[in-house]
Design a protein around this ligand. Structure first.
Ligand code: MG
Length: 396
């Protein structure tokens, strides 16, 4: 493969935080990255602005009710694709080399599989799809000879630490994911009951969308990332650890058999992992400033408070059990986060809901897409039920 070739990139989820950063990276590297299509859920005005700025010929809008409004804002030669089908049409565009999947939640699953089957490399920012269907996606990628390029900062860090490493999985002792610890890292357990959505939406080091910010506050984000790492790097769950590192400067580490550890460091800016994923395996000078060590006061490390934040243990259990349980873990969490944001359940209600739904699930080992989507639907219904039944008790 010619590495100096310009990458033609489709961005699914262009109006979110990752999508916006991807466009910024592409602006800095016009000779290396060409954005050829953009998809958004419902933010049609921002999508139209991005389409005019990038000059793409294809856009997709998941919420098809806004088609006319979007049409009115676009040049006539831009083709509009609509609904779930529209995402798949963009993911399989003949011209595309890489599809960046940065759609919140699990809506990216079908477009991702379609992209893989069409032979496109997949830059994965939507960790939920790997948690839900990691085995299916990694098997499909292998079958079609496409590369999964991690965009999540932790996985991108591990990907960088492993790049060029020839020894394979047996030379790795463990993967060490770093976690900021979120806004409630030092909050006494008794006060978690009174945390409001507004407090949970304030992340100390990263600026991100609401779902992932709440997930960072509960540590579910790190739990999802443990399972994501298990699939991206083919490492058993028992060899995936988490260390709290409040400054978010070390993005993750790999410990090798000989006791050496490699870490990847940068400022907390998602443009770093996005650029590496889109220019891999090359390192290119873009618009990113390196760290300035004397200005870093200190780097600290702590053990996660797993008793107060059960998400990591729940994730480990889901990942070790496998089958349909990770999909259930993920789906129940999505519903619980929505219920918390709507003030239907208190903050600890999120992990209580996920625990209850996981406890009630009879895990299916068969990993067809049908089994996974059925488990996902079942878990959502069950979680909605839990949150509705819990509401009166919590609001009193
Ligand atoms: Mg992350």
């Amino acid at each position: 493969m010619s590495t100096a070739k310009k990458r033609r990139v489709v961005v699914l989820g262009s109006t979110g935080s990752i999508g916006t950063s991807a466009l910024k990276v592409a602006r800095e590297l016009p000779e290396r990255i060409e954005i050829i299509a953009l998809a958004a859920c419902g933010s049609y005005e921002k999508l139209a602005r991005q389409a005019r700025e990038t000059g793409v010929r294809h856009v997709a809008l998941y919420d098809s009710s806004k088609e006319n409004e979007l049409r009115a804002l676009l040049p006539a030669d831009v083709k509009i694709h609509l609904g779930p089908e529209g995402l798949i049409e963009l993911a399989t565009l003949a011209d595309a080399d890489v599809v960046l999947v940065s759609i919140v939640g699990t809506a990216g699953l079908h477009p991702s599989l379609a992209a893989i089957e069409a032979g496109k490399n997949l830059a994965v920012a939507s960790k939920e799809i790997l948690v839900m269907a990691g085995e299916i996606i990694t098997a499909a990628a292998e079958k079609h000879g496409v590369k999964l390029l991690p965009v999540d900062s932790e996985h991108n860090a591990i990907f960088q630490c492993l790049d060029g490493h020839r020894g394979g999985e047996k030379e790795i002792s463990r993967l060490i994911l770093t976690a900021s610890g979120g806004p409630f890292r030092q909050l006494p357990a008794a006060k978690l009951e009174h945390v409001t959505p507004a407090q949970a939406l304030k992340h100390p080091t990263w600026e991100m969308g609401p779902k992932i910010t709440i997930d960072s506050a509960t540590l579910f984000n790190k739990g999802l990332e443990m399972i994501e790492a298990r699939w991206l790097f083919g490492i058993g769950m028992e060899r995936i650890d988490v260390v709290v590192h409040p400054q978010s400067i070390i993005h993750s580490m790999v410990e090798f058999r000989d006791g050496s550890i490699l870490a990847q460091l940068s400022r907390t800016d998602m443009c770093f992992p996005i650029q590496y994923a889109l220019t891999w395996p090359d390192r290119i000078k873009g618009g990113l400033r390196p760290l300035d060590f004397p200005t870093l006061a200190k780097l600290e490390f702590e053990t996660p408070r797993t008793a107060d934040f059960p998400a990591l243990d729940l994730a480990r259990r889901a990942g070790l059990t496998g089958g349909t349980l990770p999909a259930v873990f993920n789906a129940a969490n999505e519903i619980a986060v929505e219920a918390f944001r709507a003030e239907k359940i208190p903050f600890p209600g999120i992990w209580k809901c996920v625990t209850a739904v996981m406890d009630a699930h009879v895990t299916q080992p068969s990993l067809s897409l049908e089994a996974v989507t059925a488990a996902d639907r079942w878990a959502r219904d069950r979680a909605i039920d839990f949150c509705e039944k819990s509401a009166p008790q919590f609001s009193s």
